[in-house]
Write a protein of this length. Structure first.
Length: 231
């Protein structure tokens, strides 16, 4: 009978329990235990979160959504994301955090995941401040904004919104960086780690503006020397 348990043999030939198959998922080729992510989120602020479930977003194989049960429906999800950044590998960090007052259950008393609300990507891309901001973009900001919208398939993005909160990934950031290197700032010395550590449009624009210009290489003229080469 298949139980759904995962096991392995240790060096002594003993069978060791290694979790459950149904609680493992694959994200960008990496096998992930959702329990590890859930436990990390639960540890963020003991007492504020009573339950947590992490699952793949139905319309995407590469995005995770964390459903969090709390009495405080106004929890700062960006603080939770920052905590996850410090304790989880990048591909394990959920793209969305949804706060709920309780999990709905089916007639059998089990959590009914089919009734969980789906995150709105377009809503997540904009903050209240971004909707009301009227500061015009510079030419460079417009180019970076168009790149992000095109890559992440969004109509508009707040300049201060974290790339990972928009459903982006490390792959998205590498696409941005490559574009900057070849098209927006080919004469600048860019450090890819800086762009990963500051994943917003505003921060990327500042990095592009503040990066040093590459040193000019001066080639010495070549002289043709005629002679016989002895071997």
């Amino acid at each position: 009978m298949k139980t759904g348990d995962l096991a392995r043999y240790n060096s002594d030939g003993e069978l060791v329990h290694a979790g459950r198959v149904d609680f493992q998922i694959k994200i960008r080729g990496q096998r992930v235990e959702t329990a590890e992510i859930e436990n990390t989120i639960m540890r963020w602020s003991p007492g504020k979160i009573s339950n947590c479930l992490v699952m793949k977003l139905p319309q995407s194989d590469d995005l995770l959504v964390a459903y969090i049960v709390s009495n405080d429906l106004k929890l700062n999800t960006e603080d939770i994301r920052d905590y996850c950044n410090k304790h989880l590998r990048q591909y394990m960090i959920p793209s969305y955090f949804i706060i709920m007052d309780k999990f709905l259950v089916n007639s059998n008393g089990k959590v009914d995941r089919k009734q969980f609300p789906l995150p709105s990507l377009q809503y997540n891309a904009l903050t209240n401040s971004s909707r009301s901001e009227d500061r015009s973009m510079s030419e460079l900001e417009e180019k970076v904004h168009r790149l992000w919208c095109s890559t992440l398939r969004l109509d508009a993005i707040s300049r201060d919104k974290n790339c990972f909160a928009l459903g982006g990934s490390s792959l998205s950031l590498m696409q941005f960086f490559n574009y900057y290197q070849f098209y927006l700032a080919p004469d600048k010395q860019l450090n890819v780690l800086d762009f990963f550590a500051n994943p917003t449009i505003t921060e990327h624009v500042q990095l592009l503006l503040n990066s040093k210009t590459k040193a000019t290489i001066i080639w010495s003229p070549l002289h043709l020397v005629q002679g016989t080469l002895s071997l």
